[in-house]
Design a protein around this ligand. Structure first.
Ligand SMILES: Nc1ncnc2c1ncn2[C@@H]1O[C@H](COP(=O)(O)OP(=O)(O)OP(=O)(O)O)[C@@H](O)[C@H]1O
Ligand SMILES: [Mg+2]
Length: 334
């Protein structure tokens, strides 16, 4: 039996930095992202469009653009993934770590029936024959509760609804029983009732299999019931992270407060204006050396723009074993 005291964490990311070529030159897209995830744990990554959520996911999967420069460390079950040769990474991807992509219509191949696409990782990683892989594809489609799965094995992606396509994507990701599942906005293309169903399904499957889940969303409300811990991202950095209940009880970072104030709530009178955060997410090339949020922050002083904010611990309001960390020197004042 494995000795749990020395067991390696499922995923340990330390000071991950990513530089990308853009039309205006090299841009720092990730500016020191750190996170830890254990098997059986669910972590949410939230933030506005363009803050670096998908790039974080793609960096973990080793699916970055060719000229991207990555530094820092991504330890997956103790193995360093940064600079790992593609030949070594390929057997991990799909088999031990899998991703549900933001847009199922672009991630699925329009020219192949769905069973073939689910069977592909099984054929590649588990060397299954065609008949066995097809039978397993059916089991997987049943598991993600695709209605009339047997009849739909030979369907093409365009013959399915958005919610059904997303279920196919989930079954592909789960095909080889990965230890780590990354779900990048798995429900953005879906309407609200289907969103809830699909998220509940992912949560149920993650619980059953005991894998680690990194769930990416810009929707705070969706996160609340789905994850143990939330990380708030802005301008390529994690600005606050805490156990979900702690974050919902006490938001320390001015950006996190802005996100909460901006979230639509049920029961608002029709026509009520939503509070939104003034300004917009800066272009990567225009990020200041200091805090990326400074230009939109009501509490910022000149030094905020110059000096990168250090992580500070927010004292817990009730006993907890999870740290609540905020990257803002002025969180006590805000
Ligand atoms: N291949 C690329 N080359 C250059 N810049 C990129 C590339 N991919 C993304 N970016 C830029 O990096 C930033 C972060 O992008 P990312 O896709 O991670 O955002 P996101 O948080 O996932 O947003 P969304 O909620 O819209 O999906 C954006 O400013 C984006 O324009
Ligand atoms: Mg994205």
């Amino acid at each position: 039996m494995a000795d749990m005291s020395t067991a390696k964490p499922l995923l340990q990311v330390t000071d991950l930095r990513l530089t990308l070529p853009t039309a205006r030159g090299w841009a720092q897209a990730l500016r020191g992202v750190s996170l830890q995830l254990e098997r059986g744990q669910t972590v949410g990554l939230i933030g506005e469009s363009g803050c670096g959520k998908s790039l974080t996911a793609l960096a973990l999967m080793g699916l970055l653009p060719e000229r991207a420069q990555v530094s820092g460390s991504i330890l997956f079950q103790g193995q360093e993934l940064v600079d790992m040769p593609e030949a070594q990474l390929c057997p991990l991807r799909g088999a031990r770590m899998a991703m549900i992509f933001q847009e199922p219509m672009t991630a699925l191949n329009p020219l192949h029936p769905i069973w073939k696409q689910i069977a592909e990782p099984l054929r590649l990683h588990q060397h299954m024959g065609v008949a066995e892989a097809k039978a397993r594809a059916l089991q997987l489609l049943d598991r993600v509760q695709l209605p009339r799965a047997r009849e739909r094995l030979d369907a093409y992606p365009h013959e399915l609804s958005g919610g059904q396509r997303q279920r196919v994507m989930i079954s592909m990701a789960l095909a080889c029983s990965p230890d780590l599942l990354i779900a990048d906005e798995p429900t953005t293309a879906l309407d609200v009732t289907v969103q809830k169903e699909v998220l509940a399904l992912i949560k149920q499957l993650v619980n059953e299999d005991g894998m680690g889940l990194l769930l990416i969303s810009h929707d705070l409300g969706l996160m609340q019931d789905q994850v143990d811990r939330v990380m708030v991202m802005y301008g390529g950095s994690v600005v606050e992270s805490a156990a979900t209940a702690d974050l919902f009880a006490h938001r320390a970072h001015p950006y996190t407060r802005g996100l909460f104030a901006a979230r639509p709530r049920l029961g608002l009178a029709r026509g009520t204006r939503l509070n939104t955060i003034a300004g917009s997410v800066p272009e990567l090339m225009d990020l200041p050396t200091g805090c990326a949020f400074a230009d939109r922050c009501a509490w910022a002083v000149d030094d905020c723009r110059r000096t990168p904010p250090q992580a500070e611990t927010v004292p817990p309001s009730s006993p907890t074993d999870q740290a609540h960390v905020v990257c803002c020197p002025r969180w006590r004042l805000s």
